[in-house]
Design a binder for this molecule. Structure first.
Ligand code: RBF
Ligand code: MG
Length: 182
């Protein structure tokens, strides 16, 4: 599988890199449960809000929120209880700089009412880390948000986004940008 429209330039061009830090909030609980692709939801900052809805890529780094040492149970909009552990169970290697894909927009496949920003960190985590913080560097754009005929088609396209991201981050300028979060 390939995607000719996802041509990413050799240089990181303005408005990238976008570097910021955000608190991880809970989303709809769909990412891991329904798609098998967990995402860390973050507030849409004014800078992210300027980006067109779409899929972006870069690096992220999780930061344990030490100011909140206690695990707290919060109620999600659908009534489900979610545990905010503020990242206290993260392993050492899980707080390093890791590749990420970010989805910004309205998730046409699910038809959300409000704009969301979600980061899928390309790493297999054993636990959630709601309430932790994430530093991120958005380095470029992959594709627009789309609607799909099936959940499987959406998952296939996300897997291709992940592959494109990992390939792109091997290229010189993108590999060097890891330092932005070190
Ligand atoms: N949702 C869509 O409706 N259309 C998309 O094209 C789309 N692309 C995504 C690409 C990536 C890399 C990720 C992580 C998510 C994407 N999503 C997309 C969002 C997905 O629907 C969402 O993560 C789950 O519904 C959980 O909120
Ligand atoms: Mg999510």
């Amino acid at each position: 599988m390939s995607r000719p429209e996802s041509v990413i330039p050799d240089e990181i061009k303005t408005p990238y890199p976008i570097v910021d830090e955000a608190e991880i909030i809970n989303g709809f609980g769909r990412g891991s449960a329904e798609l098998g692709i967990p995402t860390a939801n973050i507030p849409v900052s004014p800078e992210l809000n300027l980006l067109a809805p779409g899929i972006y890529f870069g690096y992220s780094k999780l930061i344990v929120n030490d100011k909140e040492p206690e695990v707290k149970v919060k109620q999600r909009a659908d009534g489900q209880q979610v545990e905010f552990n503020h990242g206290k169970y993260l392993k050492n290697e899980e707080t390093g700089v890791l590749p990420m894909v970010m989805s910004i927009g309205y998730n046409p496949f699910y038809n959300n009412d409000s704009k969301t920003a979600e980061v899928h960190i390309i790493h297999k985590f054993q636990q959630n880390f709601y309430g932790a913080k994430v530093r991120y560097a958005v380095l470029g754009y992959v594709r627009p948000e789309l609607n799909y005929v099936s959940k499987e088609a959406l998952i296939d396209d996300i897997n291709l986004d992940i592959k494109i991201t990992l390939d792109t981050l091997k290229r010189d300028n993108y590999a060097a940008a890891k330092e932005l979060l070190d």
